[in-house]
Each structure stands twice: as structure tokens, then as C-alpha cells.
Design a protein around this ligand. Structure first.
Ligand SMILES: [Zn+2]
Length: 473
């Protein structure tokens, strides 16, 4: 007893108790980190979503001239360097845990046109293989703007397993006039073409070693599409248990990307480069829309905490089945939801079916009402909060509507279906009427939120800002 009262003994006991408590939590954390290794696109083909959501927003049918990246970036490099310095200062002051940009990557105010694109890509810490070509994504059912096609390998840094390879792109010559909706719609899908791939220190890439982001906090650092997960997901509204067991889940950077691209858009608009103003706006919008995807805001929807701890405990003693099964099931459902969204929207657009429930929901302004102007807190406190509150429900509805093999059989691996990848929208049509209707209604509500946040964000752009009252400068 005496020794127990010794301060060091108490400290040791406290440490042991704490470590006993933390051990299962650490295992829990490992489970979660592995879970987030699922591919992380969020919505498949943001272009479809953005165009439908912005259909009735003013300015979308106006024209802008396509401007090559090097022209914009080298037109006033000193001012651009100042803007990026200001952005870096903002991020350091306002983003908790922000991984600072190494000074060596600072944009060079004396850069010439030949090196401007590369220096810019390094300064904003995206994949240096990005080419920033001028292009427009062709919409299903609509005549392409040009007969000159751009191979998908010209718009993405990826060479395999990419959604870009399924899509069609028109090349755009410098100076060609495009509608704003073409520019912002196309750009809103661009961050899924590899801009955020291979940027972490453990991704075995030159950029990863140079960029200062540190080790990838969650997702599989060896699987290229998974390396973009911490930029495109945000687990900001998890349980207390999860927050404490896996604090690294909070090391997600979508807010950094949104603010950076908002700042660049604002600079481009104000300095007379509207094409780049809209293109950067589309990039920022991508992350806003990503965080309306319920599976991008909750790590384990549909899996209770007790089950997770139990599965983790079993994994610890060598029984891995329950853990790997839980991971596989959530991963399958996550991808199936995105597959459903893509096929449903794609087919409705192809058939010009504006009565389609999801297309109509995207354009429906009824979900706009509760939201005020966009602020720096909106992504975390409203967009991802709303999506996270829907995660359990949508997961349960998917389970009750789809065939058991797709949603409840861990031996089925969605990513290994290869050429036979199922069309979930088609399969859903054969679901029993009641669960199908419930799922479709919930999905329409999710799309209504996506549309509302898309319009809200776009209306916050400086091109929509009202002029200052008279008498004020
Ligand atoms: Zn994404």
C-alpha cells in the first residue's frame, strides 16, 4: 500500500490504466484507418451535378474566353505570389493542424511563362504531373462543343482505374468562347483527375517528400486513388469515442483546398481573367460537393461502436474475419451509392428526363432556404454536418433495397468486379417497391442538399457580390 501512495507509483498506475484503456482504442483506430482505404472519389462525375444545380443561376449562360494557364500565371507573377503568400498566412492562422508549405515551394514572382505552370503546381501543392489543359467535358445527350477530342490521359495524371477514362472531352483552343456553365461544370470534376494523388510523405513520390503534408493520416498510402482521400473527405462529426481513438481522422484538408481555390478564383476575377476565375471556382466546388456525400463524412456508417470494438478485440487475438468483413461491407456500400448516383444522373441526362427525381432535386431550390451566405465555417459546420447526419439512414436504406449479395456479403468485392461492374441504378429498379421508394426519397433529399450547397457557394463568389452602398468606397 505504501508503495502505491508513492507519487511515481500512482503515476505508473495511472499510465497503465490509461494504456489499458487506450489499447483497444488504438486497435479501433487501426480498423478505421484501414476502412478509409476505400477509393475516395465521392460523387462520380461532378459535372453532371454542378450543371444541373446551377442551371437557373445568373451568369451561367454568359461567355468567357478560354485562357491558357501559362498566360494567366505569367501575366502578373508578383501579384500572384503576393496572393499565395497571403493565403499561406491565412491557412497557418486559421486551420488547426495545418501542415505549412515549405518556403522552397513559394511561387516565384520572377517566373517566366515557360516555367509558370510547374512553379504554380508546386506552390499550391498539387500533383506536378497535372497539365492544366483547356478542355470541356462532353455531356450525355448533348452535342459536344467540338469535334476535336482530347484523350482522357491528357486531362488526368492517372493512367489506370480512373473515372476520367469513361468520359469524353472536347479540346478547346486558346481564345475560344465557352459558356460559364461549361467551364465551372467541367472544372468541378477536375480534382478527381489526380490533382491530389501522391502528395503525402509515405506515397513514394517526389512531390510527397517535398510538399510537407506529412504521413497520410488515413486511407491506403500505396493505392493511388486512396491517397487523395484526406483532401476529399472530412470526418468532422464522429462520436466522442472515435474522436479520441483516432484523432488523425481530423487531419483532413478539404477546407484548405476550398479556401485556396476560392482565393485564386477571387484574384482571377478581380485581375481580369474570368476563365480562371470560373475554373478555380469549379475546383473549390468539388470539395464542397464531396462533403455532401454521407460516406465521405462518416468513417463507419452502419457499424455500431460496440461491434467495432468487438471486431478490433478479435483482430487483436488473431481472428481477423469480423474486422475485414466490416471494412468490406462499408466499402462496397460506399461505392454502390456513387455508382447509383452516376448511372441515375447520366441516364436521366441522356434521355433529357428533367422529371427524374434526382435531377429535379438537384435543381429544386427548396433546400436553399435554411442557409445564409457561405462562410469559412460552412463546409465543416453545415455541409459535412448535414451529410453525416444522413449517413446511418442512407446506409440502412441501401441495405434494405439492394440484393443481399451486394450489401451484406463480405465475400463480394465491388472493386474486383472488373468488366462486370454492376449498374446499381438498374438493379435498384428491380428492388421491392417500398424500400426502393424510401431509398429514392432519401437520395433525392441528399441531392437537394448538394444542389443547395452548390448554389450557395457559387453565389458567394465575388462576381455575385453586390456593389458597396453609395458613399462607401
Ligand atoms: Zn473528390
Amino acid at each position: 500500500m505504501k508503495s502505491l501512495s508513492h507519487p511515481n507509483a500512482s503515476a505508473r498506475l495511472a499510465t497503465r490504466a490509461k494504456s489499458t484503456l487506450m489499447r483497444p482504442l488504438a486497435q479501433f483506430a487501426v480498423l478505421l484507418a484501414a476502412l478509409a482505404s476505400a477509393p475516395a472519389y465521392a460523387w462520380t462525375d461532378h459535372d453532371l451535378i454542378t450543371r444541373q444545380a446551377l442551371e437557373d443561376v445568373p451568369l451561367m449562360q454568359t461567355s468567357v474566353a478560354a485562357e491558357p494557364a501559362e498566360h494567366f500565371l505569367a501575366s502578373d507573377p508578383a501579384q500572384l505570389a503576393k496572393v499565395l503568400d497571403g493565403e499561406e498566412a491565412w491557412a497557418r492562422a486559421n486551420l488547426p493542424g495545418y501542415p505549412v508549405r515549405p518556403d522552397a515551394l513559394r511561387f516565384d514572382e520572377h517566373v517566366d511563362r515557360a516555367h509558370a505552370v510547374r512553379r504554380f503546381l508546386l506552390a499550391i501543392r498539387v500533383n506536378p504531373e497535372a497539365r492544366l489543359r483547356l478542355f470541356v467535358q462532353d455531356l450525355p445527350g448533348i452535342t459536344p462543343i467540338s469535334q476535336s477530342k482530347l484523350p482522357w490521359t491528357d486531362v488526368t495524371t492517372r493512367r489506370s482505374e480512373t473515372i476520367a477514362s469513361e468520359l469524353s472531352f472536347s479540346a478547346v483552343p486558346p481564345g475560344a468562347y465557352l459558356t460559364v456553365i461549361d467551364v465551372i461544370g467541367t472544372a468541378s470534376d477536375e480534382p478527381d483527375y489526380g490533382l491530389d494523388i501522391g502528395l503525402w510523405d509515405d506515397n513514394s513520390t517526389g512531390a510527397g517528400h517535398a510538399y510537407g503534408f506529412g504521413l497520410q493520416p488515413f486511407g491506403n498510402p500505396k493505392l493511388d486513388v486512396s491517397t487523395q482521400a484526406p483532401f476529399h473527405m472530412g470526418f468532422f462529426h464522429e462520436s466522442w469515442l472515435l474522436d479520441h481513438a483516432a484523432p488523425y481522422l481530423k487531419r483532413a484538408l478539404p477546407e484548405y483546398r476550398v479556401h485556396l481555390y476560392q482565393t485564386l478564383a477571387s484574384y482571377a476575377f478581380k485581375s481580369g481573367h474570368p476563365y480562371w476565375g470560373w475554373r478555380f471556382s469549379g475546383w473549390a466546388l468539388h470539395y464542397v460537393e464531396d462533403l455532401t456525400q454521407p460516406y465521405h463524412t462518416r468513417a463507419l456508417p452502419g457499424v455500431g461502436s460496440v461491434h467495432i470494438l468487438f471486431a478490433s478485440a478479435l483482430d487483436l487475438i488473431g481472428i481477423h474475419g469480423p474486422k475485414t468483413d466490416a471494412i468490406q461491407l462499408v466499402s462496397n456500400r460506399h461505392l454502390e451509392l456513387e455508382n447509383y448516383e452516376y448511372h441515375r444522373l447520366h441516364d436521366a441526362m441522356l434521355n433529357h428526363d428533367q422529371q427524374d427525381g434526382l435531377l429535379a432535386a438537384l435543381a429544386n431550390a427548396k433546400c436553399d432556404a435554411p442557409y445564409g451566405p457561405w462562410t469559412n465555417a460552412s463546409l465543416r459546420n453545415e455541409v459535412s454536418l448535414t451529410a453525416s447526419q444522413k449517413a446511418e439512414k442512407i446506409d440502412a436504406m441501401l441495405v434494405s433495397a439492394l440484393p443481399e449479395q451486394l450489401v451484406s456479403d463480405p465475400r463480394f468485392v465491388f472493386t474486383e468486379t472488373g468488366e462486370n461492374v454492376p449498374n446499381i441504378a438498374q438493379i435498384m429498379q428491380a428492388a421491392p417497391p417500398l424500400p426502393r421508394r424510401k431509398f429514392e426519397a432519401e437520395m433525392a433529399d441528399v441531392m437537394c442538399q448538394v444542389g443547395a450547397q452548390t448554389r450557395r457557394f457559387v453565389r458567394s463568389l465575388p462576381v455575385y457580390a453586390p456593389p458597396p452602398p453609395q458613399g462607401e468606397s
